[in-house]
Design a protein around this ligand. Structure first.
Ligand SMILES: [Zn+2]
Length: 75
């Protein structure tokens, strides 16, 4: 009986170990992707008012970056 329990625990431990081993590189990869995404968010200067905004927030108009549509219209 005790041996059976130990065997079940051992099997669970092995499955758990493989699961952790398998999922760890994925977690790391996900982390790297996030880091790469952060690097892509470069701060750029608004062509009108000089406010620094990230490229994801910026409004692009004729090759220039603006912080808002207001600044774009002023340009
Ligand atoms: Zn602006």
């Amino acid at each position: 009986m005790l041996l059976k329990i130990l065997l079940i625990i051992a099997v669970i431990a092995v499955i758990y170990f493989f699961f952790i081993k398998k999922s760890t590189p994925l977690t790391k990869e996900r982390h790297d992707n996030k880091k790469r995404k952060d690097d892509e968010e470069t701060m750029i200067e608004c062509a009108t008012c000089g406010t620094y905004i990230s490229t994801s927030e910026a409004i692009v108009s004729s090759g220039k970056f603006y912080c808002s549509t207001e600044c774009r219209d002023k340009a």
